[in-house]
Design a protein around this ligand. Structure first.
Ligand SMILES: [Zn+2]
Length: 444
């Protein structure tokens, strides 16, 4: 009996996969259409004509309504969300006029589980140095170019077209499918916070950020901090004497002390802060160093901007990285104790960003299903968490098992001449269609 049921599912599923093969031109042209509407997050201060998130939502809305979905669009409101102060994704100063979030619900007939397919419609700026038109949706030799090709209009095109394949093949869903397309992800994730606040829930969630078709049941949290090391200016060519008698203190030399100690801390983190499903350990990386005023003086201060990552198991009760912040602060304080000047003139840390993380256990039946479907699509069964932040945290917080899987190498995201292979886009579309037929289930 079990055998027969599975065969029936596979038969329907094959129909749907064939539809996708027959309509690959439509999948591709839908992605081109999305790329051709620039939707740069306003936080990056793009030209007005390059900041059209609403138009992208409109195109998705039309496509989903044609399938029979009920679509709701609304503008998030930072004031209404103010009770999330201190929680992930909340930024009091973010504005959303003309920047709607959207959820399209394709209602099921009953008897299946629900699924949320989600992604962000905003992109980072194109910047200079592109060979291709970043918003041209150019297609050449089996590759589609443009800002957002992998991050993540490709993923959005795949989820919408997977549903269209099911509907156009004449099947009905048993459970509900929600397509949640949010704004503002590239500026911190307030769109997803708002989606969760509005009460949209499902029995499982797929985010289609690029993972090279690996299963990512987790992502890391990210901290940006600025370590400010005080020094004291003085003529760099002259004898200085003891700082207690007014001598200069070289803030650049002191920064070397911290950098050496960071190496020591990183050696410890390399052992302690690993995860079986992450290819690299958490580290503190120095991203920027700013110091010195002019060539004849010792630097008055050094500012070291660093990026430290944290694991889902290190999250605090609010879902953020306060425990790891405290660990870094205590470390900096202990280093300061090794220098007399710093004992009396302590360094400071200013925290700039805390982007949250999330994890669903691999043993969860939903994660197992996402894995098993890889082999069905000729893909290697690889689990690899996203080393950067994606919007998984809030889904985990409200109890929705979540997996990120998407086409294209994540390293291509934010690069010049961002691109996606047509083959990979089609593969992702088919994969999502299969996930829907198995998790949500379908009727003839
Ligand atoms: Zn993204």
């Amino acid at each position: 009996m079990q055998e027969k049921t599975n065969n029936t599912i596979d038969y329907k599923n094959n129909d749907i996969l064939l539809w996708i093969d027959d309509h690959r031109e439509e999948v591709i042209s839908f992605l081109q259409e999305l790329i051709r509407i620039p939707s740069v997050t306003p936080w990056f201060k793009p030209k007005k004509e390059e900041s059209r998130e609403a138009e992208v939502q409109e195109v998705i809305k039309k496509r989903m309504e044609d399938m029979g979905a009920e679509v709701k669009s609304w503008e998030p409101n930072a004031e209404e969300l103010s009770r999330y102060e201190g929680r992930p994704g909340y930024y009091a100063d973010h504005k959303f006029e003309g920047r709607p979030n959207q959820v399209a619900i394709l209602k099921g007939e009953g008897g299946g589980k629900s699924l949320m397919l989600t992604g962000h419609v905003d992109v980072v700026p194109a910047a200079g140095g592109w060979k291709e038109d970043p918003f041209g949706g150019i297609r050449r030799d089996g590759v589609i170019y443009g800002r957002g090709a992998v991050d993540m209009k490709g993923g959005i095109a795949a989820m919408v077209m997977a549903l269209e394949a099911i509907v156009q093949s004449g099947y009905k869903l048993k459970g509900d499918v929600l397509v949640g397309t949010v704004v503002d992800e590239e500026a911190g994730g307030m769109g997803t916070l708002d989606l969760i606040d509005k009460g949209y829930r499902a029995d499982a969630c797929i985010l289609t950020e690029p993972t090279d078709m690996k299963i990512a049941p987790l992502c890391r949290g990210i901290l940006w901090g600025k370590l400010i090391i005080p020094g004291r200016s003085g003529h760099i060519e002259l004898p200085q004497g003891d700082w207690r008698e007014g001598g200069a203190v070289d803030a650049i030399a002191l920064s070397r002390v911290f950098m050496n100690h960071f190496d020591r801390l990183n050696a410890d983190w390399r052992v302690r802060k690993t995860h079986p499903y992450l290819p690299i350990p958490c580290q503190i990386y120095v991203a920027q160093i700013n110091a010195g005023e002019y060539p004849t003086a010792f630097a008055n201060k050094t500012e070291i901007v660093f990026n430290a990552q944290y694991l889902p198991r290190e999250k605090d009760e609010k879902g953020l990285g306060s425990k790891v912040k405290a660990e870094i602060e205590a470390f900096v304080e202990s280093v300061a104790q090794t220098e007399e000047w710093l004992r009396e003139n302590p360094p400071k840390i200013e925290w700039l960003i805390d982007a949250d993380c999330g994890e669903t256990p691999v043993s969860h039946p939903f994660v197992q299903m996402t894995l098993n479907n890889l082999s069905k699509h000729g893909l290697l069964k690889i689990i690899e968490g996203v080393c950067a932040h994606v919007d998984m945290g809030w889904f985990e917080t409200v109890g929705i098992p979540s997996v990120t899987i998407g086409a294209g190498n994540p390293r291509i995201a934010h690069q010049n001449d961002e691109s996606i292979k047509e083959e990979e886009l089609i593969k992702l579309t088919k994969y999502i269609a299969t996930m829907i037929t198995q998790w949500v289930k379908i009727l003839e």
